[in-house]
Design a protein around this ligand. Structure first.
Ligand code: ADE
Length: 401
């Protein structure tokens, strides 16, 4: 990946020579080039700013040096004809950087960062880049606070994006079990010694981690992730879902505490199917332990209205199918069927798919014509032939737009 950074403080970007990003540069995986905006000025003082039209405090970055700097980048497109960077302008008024956006930007071949200072860059520079140069321009914010300029933000962005570029992090497995990769924060980690004397207290590693019981360790870690997310970032567990007629509903990632009610809903929703066509199907007779284990494999959401669990859906990527987002167990309490909750939950589950997913898949009973009609309306089409899941069922697919 090529990365250009335009700044009036090139020295600020020196840390990009260190650690994994520095190594990736030396290995030729990242081609990072830092440019001094003042090299594109023509006066003795190398002026890059002036007073704002309309009055107000502070100074604004002048358009001409920026135009010349961007033109120089475009002209140096040694990647060949038609190569254009995606221009990222760090700023507190932009889209917030998160892991989804970092993953999206890591797919680009060429990113250019324009570091603003003072009160910002003359707005016509953005128009010039998008309309005259035809570049995609995005303002991206690190968070809801104000920095003195874009340089610190670029350091953070290049690290967050760069580490997702193949070859930058030696062991790609270490990228999977991380905070924000699947909507939960990371579990706490410990290393030797198992018993550590801090000078006044002897502190122990949680015994389960020394047990050698991998299933128990996975269970403990998952519970820690949920507890930590609930305590530090409840907003991540708690997106909102508005369904006309049902109002503003409480939508959360399911926890083991939801399992008994989920079991009741599962039985209510699938009892007919089991009686009529699929006595083989385990869903409605799964145990608490099986449902709880599923919460680790799938991201499962539950919807409540005034405390009552009225719906649920789950989704995941399956191993070996990186571009397919499986959606399952779409359930609505029987008395609320037809109110639009199913449609809203399905759209929500689709919206949770990682950026690089290209298709949605689900599975339903071969004879469940009402379900199939519902999915057809939502853009799904039955895959002819045997289902991958079970012969009594059909698989349905919808390409992501
Ligand atoms: N420049 C100034 N404040 C910023 C922020 N919050 N994020 C990105 N760039 C900035």
């Amino acid at each position: 990946m090529r990365i250009d950074v335009i700044t009036i403080f090139p020295d600020y970007l020196a840390p990009l020579e260190l650690s994994l990003i520095g190594k990736a540069r030396r290995d030729g995986v990242l081609d990072v080039r830092v440019h001094d905006l003042r090299d594109f000025t023509h006066d003795r003082h190398r002026t890059v700013d002036d007073t704002p039209f309309g009055g107000g405090a502070g100074m604004v970055m002048k358009p001409q040096p920026w135009k010349e700097a961007l033109d120089a980048l475009g002209a140096a497109a040694d990647g060949g004809e038609g190569m254009r960077p995606r221009l990222i302008v760090p700023g507190p008024s932009g889209r917030r950087l998160d892991q989804t956006l970092a993953r999206e930007l890591a797919q680009e071949e060429w990113l250019a960062f324009a570091c603003g200072r003072y009160e910002g860059i003359d707005e016509r520079v953005y128009e010039y880049a998008s309309e005259s140069l035809g570049w995609q321009v995005d303002v991206v914010s690190l968070g809801d606070y104000v920095l003195n300029g874009g340089e610190v933000a670029v350091l953070a962005m290049v690290e967050a994006i760069g580490r997702l570029v193949p070859g930058v992090v030696g062991n790609p497995e270490s990228l999977v079990e991380e905070s924000h990769e699947d909507g939960l924060l990371e579990y706490p980690v410990y290393t030797k010694p198992a018993s550590w004397d801090d000078g006044s207290v002897v502190r122990e590693v949680p015994p389960v981690l020394l047990s050698g019981d991998h299933a128990a360790i996975a269970r403990w870690r998952h519970e820690q992730r949920l507890a930590r997310t609930a305590q530090r970032r409840p907003d991540l567990l708690h997106p909102s879902l508005v369904v006309e007629g049902l109002g503003d509903l409480d939508l959360r990632l399911a926890t083991p505490a939801d399992v008994p009610e989920l079991m009741v809903l599962t039985r209510a929703c699938w009892i007919e199917e089991v009686a009529e066509v699929a006595p083989h199907w385990a869903g409605p007779v799964e145990t608490v332990a099986e449902h709880t284990a599923d919460l680790r494999e799938w991201r499962t959401w539950v919807v409540r209205s005034h405390g009552r669990l009225i719906g649920s859906v789950r989704a995941r990527r399956k191993p070996g199918e990186p571009h397919r987002w499986w959606i399952g167990r779409l359930m609505v309490a029987p008395d609320l069927a037809g109110e639009g909750l199913g449609r809203a939950l399905l759209a929500f589950a689709e919206g949770q798919a990682p950026e690089d997913v290209t298709e949605f898949w689900l599975n339903t009973g071969r004879s469940r014509t009402r379900n199939q009609r519902f999915y057809r309306k939502a853009g799904y089409r039955v895959i002819p032939g045997e289902s991958e899941v079970h012969p009594m069922t059909v698989d349905l697919r919808k390409p992501r737009r």
